[in-house]
Design a protein around this ligand. Structure first.
Ligand code: 8IG
Length: 271
């Protein structure tokens, strides 16, 4: 949807989207937001009782996702403890070319609607051979190789703990075996070369993907607690013995679906 007549300031646009969400679903606030990445769609209907849904494209300032296997809905749910969750069944990626403000608009809107917890999920490539496709990994830290940021101007925010230790503990109360890793975001859309994957490893990375870090920065600026969880859908290039394909990514998601559903459902219920 062209943003004719909408504010050009992304924070003002997020406030407008937040007001639209609260009015449309007749809710006082949102408590937590969930962004579902590649492979995570099976988790969508296990996060609480559905209060309503709409197309993301209906909200002020939102672009519809363009990737097969990514959804384009906003769902509002009530969790078992009565918290109100906003579920984004898909996201906009930097490589789609709509700009970095568009990438973080959902997160900014949810926080403007009151969300103090942001749960970011993604599908990614894994560098650690101990984590085969289908593994879930808590993100402890990230390396942003996109060369960009959602922040403009002298906004020198602290990033010394990008992912909440409290929320990682909460996730481990659902699955004690969840390992932790460092997520490296490339711009994409092409997957990495083997040399780029080796570079990510030398830099301290465990996971390679095309999302999450920019949303984490935007959420951090606004004071929300962030939980990041990766589904390893494929071994990264050069670690995998065969070429990567989007089909393989979709298949790993299908296969891991029931486990992701339980994990994210358990987390939502514990919030
Ligand atoms: I799903 O191997 C998925 N997303 N950059 N590399 C990058 N992004 C990904 C990958 C991967 N798998």
């Amino acid at each position: 949807m062209p943003n004719v007549g909408l504010p050009s300031d992304p924070y003002a646009l997020a406030k407008l989207a937040a007001a639209a969400i609260l009015e449309r679903f007749d809710i006082p606030q949102v408590d937590a937001a969930f962004v579902l990445g590649s492979g995570w769609s099976a988790a969508a209907d296990n996060l609480g009782e559905l209060m309503g849904s709409c197309e993301l494209a209906e909200l002020p300032g939102c672009a519809p996702p363009t990737v097969v296997g990514h959804g384009g809905e906003l769902r509002i749910v009530s969790t078992s403890r009565g918290k109100i969750g906003a579920i984004f069944t898909g996201r906009t990626h930097l490589y789609e070319g709509f700009g970095v403000d568009q990438v973080v608009h959902g997160v900014r809107s949810a926080i403007a609607a009151g969300a103090a917890v942001i749960v970011l999920t993604n599908g990614c490539g894994g560098l650690n051979p101990q984590w085969p496709p289908g593994s879930t990994v808590l993100i402890r830290d990230f390396i942003n190789l996109t060369g960009t940021s959602p922040l403009l101007g002298a906004r020198f925010i602290d990033m010394s703990m990008p992912y909440s230790a409290r929320l990682r503990d909460l996730a481990r109360s659902v699955d004690p075996d969840l390992p932790e890793g460092v997520y490296v975001q490339f711009r994409g859309p092409q997957f990495e070369t083997p040399a780029e994957v080796r570079m990510a490893g030398v830099l301290g990375g465990d996971l390679v993907g095309m999302s999450t870090t920019l949303e984490t920065i935007a959420a951090s600026e606004l004071g929300a607690e962030v939980l990041g969880i990766s589904l390893v859908t494929n071994l990264a290039a050069g670690i995998s013995p065969h070429p990567l394909s989007h089909e393989e990514v979709l298949e790993a998601g299908r296969e891991a679906g029931p486990r992701l559903r339980r994990l994210l459902g358990g987390i939502a219920a514990a919030l």
